[in-house]
Design a binder for this molecule. Structure first.
Ligand SMILES: *[C@@H]1O[C@H](CO)[C@@H](O)[C@H](O)[C@H]1NC(C)=O
Length: 226
């Protein structure tokens, strides 16, 4: 009798007849991080093009990172949920174009995607599985025509220097949300535009304003050629 009542309850819950409270995803928001390949390669360490050849001169995906509002982030949340290349075989050709690796030695990209899934993706497994993680990240990236927005504002990857505030204003006007910008250093120690972070809600579908918009750049930065 008790067992029957219990299985009926489970059935009703499964059918959504009971509304369960929204599940805490275990983090507060995502960073969608895009990287400029010209800045990745223009360092002392340099870079290696993937086995598929030189990536197109466009912002590539670095990752989709669960974050806390306090500035820290969870990582490597589920060692039992290892990266499985067979789960994303339908996405590989798109990943190679939009999420290209630049690490050495030259490789196809699986190591990069494995690292991103295991370090960051496993911390969002309450929201999506491995296939969903890569698919949603690609879809988010497709909604920002970042290079076009910058180029339209006269900000081009030509080794010239630009004002950080002009870059941020152009993106805010062209896209609607203000990004967070990180810089690295070229071998001559010039600070250059390296990564652009956008904030996304915990369902990985809507862009939001970043809770802690803190840039890692001086006011005057280089936009490297690629
Ligand atoms: C930030 O928030 C998370 C989740 O609430 C917590 O686990 C972590 O300890 C906090 N970290 C810091 C540095 O306050």
């Amino acid at each position: 009798m008790i067992a029957n009542v219990w299985s009926l309850l489970k059935l009703l819950m499964f059918q959504g007849l009971f509304t369960s409270p929204p599940q805490d995803p275990g983090f507060d928001f995502f960073y969608l991080t895009l990287q400029w390949p010209g800045a990745y390669c223009d360092t002392k360490r340099s870079c290696c093009y993937p086995t598929t050849g030189k990536p197109t001169a466009d912002f590539g995906i670095h990752g989709l990172w669960p974050n806390y509002n306090n500035g820290s982030y969870p990582s490597n949340c589920d060692p039992n949920n290892e990266f499985d290349p067979s789960e994303i075989s339908d996405l590989v050709s798109t990943l190679q174009k939009k999420w290209p690796t630049l690490s050495c030695p030259s490789n196809e990209g699986y190591k990069f995607w494995e690292h991103e899934w295991e370090k960051h993706g496993t911390c969002s497994e309450s929201v999506m599985d491995q296939h969903g993680y890569f698919e949603k990240t690609l879809a988010l990236r497709d909604r920002i025509n970042l290079l076009q927005i910058l180029t339209d504002a006269g900000i081009e990857p030509n080794d010239e220097f630009y004002e950080l505030k002009d870059i941020k204003n152009a993106i805010e006007e062209g896209f609607g949300f203000t990004p967070v910008i990180h810089c690295n250093r070229d071998p001559e120690k010039n600070r250059q535009l390296h990564e652009i972070f956008f904030c996304v809600d915990t369902s990985a579908t809507e862009f939001i304003n970043c809770p802690r918009p803190r840039d890692g750049c001086p006011s005057h930065i280089q936009f490297a050629k690629f």
